[in-house]
Design a protein around this ligand. Structure first.
Ligand code: ZN
Length: 158
């Protein structure tokens, strides 16, 4: 089956930086609902449109095509006293962002009495090389189309 709108694509994904250092290499394949639902980067959907299982492609994406530029206003500090116990470096906290909506902030560093947090996507501001291999393509169920995401073993869990 070919990848077209409203198919569920299962693929293996490797992400490297511009120097070829591997940043993500998920052993488990991941599945997404294809067709502009915002589940995959637009350049990835473009590259996979019309392809079939077995297809492999490597894409070099600039920060604007990947996870956007870094927003330094999302790099914040809070007093350690305000920090919930049990959260460690590398953990994630939900805090109000600049727009007042809660968003995830990564704990970057604990430096004496302050905690440094970063609300940027971990890969924001980076040029990235995606290596994709299509493992499976199937028609999406009406429920998946209504939800706007893939279900099943490698998809969204409710
Ligand atoms: Zn769902």
């Amino acid at each position: 089956m070919k990848i077209t709108k409203d198919t569920v694509v299962t693929m293996r994904v490797k992400v490297a930086d511009r120097l070829g250092r591997l940043l993500e290499n998920n052993k488990e394949p991941s599945a997404y609902l294809h067709g502009g639902y915002g589940n995959a980067l637009p350049r990835i959907e473009q590259a996979l449109e019309g392809q079939e299982p077995g297809h492999a492609v490597t894409l070099d994406l600039g920060p604007d095509e990947a996870f956007g530029p870094r927003d330094e206003s999302l790099a914040i500090q809070i007093p350690k006293a305000q920090f919930p116990p049990g959260v460690k470096v590398g953990g994630v906290l939900e805090l109000a962002g600049p727009d007042g909506h809660p968003r995830p902030f990564r704990v970057v560093k604990i430096k004496g009495p302050v905690v440094l947090l970063d609300g940027n996507h971990e890969l924001a501001g980076q040029s990235l090389r995606f290596s994709l291999q299509v493992v499976d393509v199937r028609a999406a169920s009406p429920e998946e189309i209504a939800h706007g995401h893939a279900h099943g073993a490698h998809g969204h869990h409710h």
